[in-house]
Write a protein that binds this ligand. Structure first.
Ligand code: GDP
Ligand code: MG
Length: 191
């Protein structure tokens, strides 16, 4: 299912002063570096090159804002868990991402993205607890499901459910899950 939405890159912000100030609602995409955040955004809007995807993990240290239908933003947050990022670069990253998640008034929904093959990693669980503590609404998306066979997928889903959430399976290759994720986003935006 393609959506052919009007989508435009607005800004890549390295600090909160540069975040858009128009107050439109925001949907944030979070997850480990290379998990498939940008690919999810591109698949949802039906535009391959909108969000920058890369096979070199750990590159994006900025918050990227994409305006959709002139009505809301998709926010591509910098990925975590990239071991080769030196410690002195992790602190500003943490400040930026936590500052955004904690203070952003127009943030409506966080899509927490997991690799279907790996399930929860320690930093994903940290983030989940952090989101719950701060009362943030979130949707867990398991991506790259095209890389698993049926029984591997079932096993993966069961493992993710152990943390008390029902994940939405997704694949940027097959488009699986696009409709369901849009349903959640639309419902969130209607409130
Ligand atoms: N097979 C497969 N590969 C994917 C999928 N989503 C992302 N990828 C690949 O995973 C790599 C990282 O994706 P990207 O969207 O840049 O991840 P990000 O760092 O989280 O934004 C790229 O090589 C993508 O082509 C998916 O659903 N299936
Ligand atoms: Mg990316």
């Amino acid at each position: 299912m393609t959506h052919d939405l009007v989508s435009e890159f607005i800004t890549s912000a390295g600090n909160p002063d540069l975040f858009p100030g128009d107050g439109l609602p925001e949907i944030a995409f979070l997850g480990r570096s290379n998990v498939g955040k940008s690919s999810l955004i591109n698949t949802l809007v039906g535009r391959k090159g909108l969000a920058f995807t890369s096979s070199t993990p750990g590159r994006t240290q900025t918050v990227n804002f994409y305006r959709i239908e002139e009505a809301f933003y998709f926010v591509d947050l910098p990925g975590y868990g990239y071991a080769r990022v030196p410690p002195q670069h992790r602190l500003p990253w943490k400040k930026l991402i936590e500052g955004y998640l904690e203070k952003r008034g127009n943030l409506r929904l966080c899509c927490l993205i997991l690799d279907a093959r790996r399930g929860w990693m320690p930093q994903d669980l940290d983030l989940k607890r952090w989101l719950e503590y701060h009362g943030r609404q979130y949707l867990v998306v398991t991506t790259k499901t095209d890389k698993l066979n049926r029984s591997e997928q079932e096993r993966g889903l069961r493992a993710v459910r152990l943390e008390g959430v029902e994940p939405q399976p997704f694949s940027a290759v097959t488009g699986r899950g696009v409709r369901e994720i849009w349903q959640v986003i639309s419902k969130t935006l209607q409130r």
